[in-house]
Ligand binder design. Sequence first.
Ligand code: FAD
Length: 383
Amino acid sequence: MNSSDSTRLPTAIIGAGPAGLATAISLQRQGYPFPLLLFDAGRALSPRIGESIPPAATPPLKDLLGPFATRHLARHLVCPGSMSVWNSERPGHNDFLYDLSGQGYHLDRALFEQQLSQAVDWRGIQHYQGYRLLRAESREPGYKLVFRTPDAREESIRAGFVVDASGSASVFARKTGVARNLLDEVLFACALFSAHDKDISLHHSLIEATENGWWYGARLPDNRMILTLCSDRAQVKLHRYQQPRAWLDALKQTLWLRHQLPSSISQTPAETLEILLRPAFSSILSAVAGERWLAVGDAAACYDPISSAGITKALLQGQQAAAAMVQYALSGEGSALAGYQDRVFADFNQYAGVRRQLYHGERRFWNAPFWRRRRGDSGDGLI
Ligand SMILES: Cc1cc2nc3c(=O)[nH]c(=O)nc-3n(C[C@H](O)[C@H](O)[C@H](O)COP(=O)(O)OP(=O)(O)OC[C@H]3O[C@@H](n4cnc5c(N)ncnc54)[C@H](O)[C@@H]3O)c2cc1C
């Protein structure tokens, strides 16, 4: 699609998570010359997990939320940094205090996406909620997309360009035959608690490495707290971490984390606790841009949440993808899309290096299966 096309087919964005919303807002702000349609299937997994953002997320967020940024960000909790017990029995600190890019936050994730969604609506972008992409076929000069509508009908549209922002499912890319390369998969066993305790350390993200995985805890807005054990499928199955009692027992075995938590948490009766399982991948598509399409956010590349970078990446890639699409629309030259792909690949390589360093950096449990698998030397064929 370029300005010399006689058609004015719309551009379809599949997925209204942080990446799709950031792409839509950025395209509209950058004067993209084609109509935009944003489709989202609706949340299959509820509640949404993933809520810590580092200071690096503040500049793109301010840009995307525009005049509402300060008011919107004030409804989330400021995160001063993290405290982690990693390859040591004493906590180390990573403070955001001196980071000049802005503040880190513990987000109310649902509210956060609602705020970005309002920015999309405010810009007059057409947003179709409850529309699940079922099929995609190449039809010159673009694509035919078939959706299941909220009232269970099938509806098709023609799009001149498609943005795959459908998260780790990469639905459009997968339906058009693009392969996803999997580096790793971890499994999160998460629980949400009330946390009225005013303990100052609770404002940091809390991390502790243990033999069978690592724990993560964070305060959330509205006096809630999330605690998750990041393990993998084999360990979750073996130790039954999806069962509240086993999960609570594992929490009680932490050296440091359990002492940072309100006592009400470790005393929670197992029968009242719900453990949510969520997979998290390290993966990348073999191509993230091609003939009249590109992928953005987790649809392009997923990062292990240990990086705390998933949402920031989604926002930044939304902006970068929009810049590449505007250039492509105006010039018709594929080099803009190729440049975007090069950047996504380079960022993933950098992330893979950081991930490697982190998982190799914990040496106390060197021979434990979870840590061996993260280093890729399991010898059991599992990842
Ligand atoms: C357990 C866990 C913890 C995490 N913790 C953090 C954290 O603390 N900090 C951080 O920055 N990141 C974290 N992440 C990662 C972060 O959540 C993701 O990187 C981020 O959500 C990616 O945004 P996205 O818009 O690319 O994809 P998503 O947020 O997954 O959004 C994709 C959208 O596409 C829609 N969709 C899917 N299929 C279809 C279809 N067929 N048709 C139409 N729409 C469709 C979905 O409904 C969804 O709205 C975590 C991830 C996990 C799994």
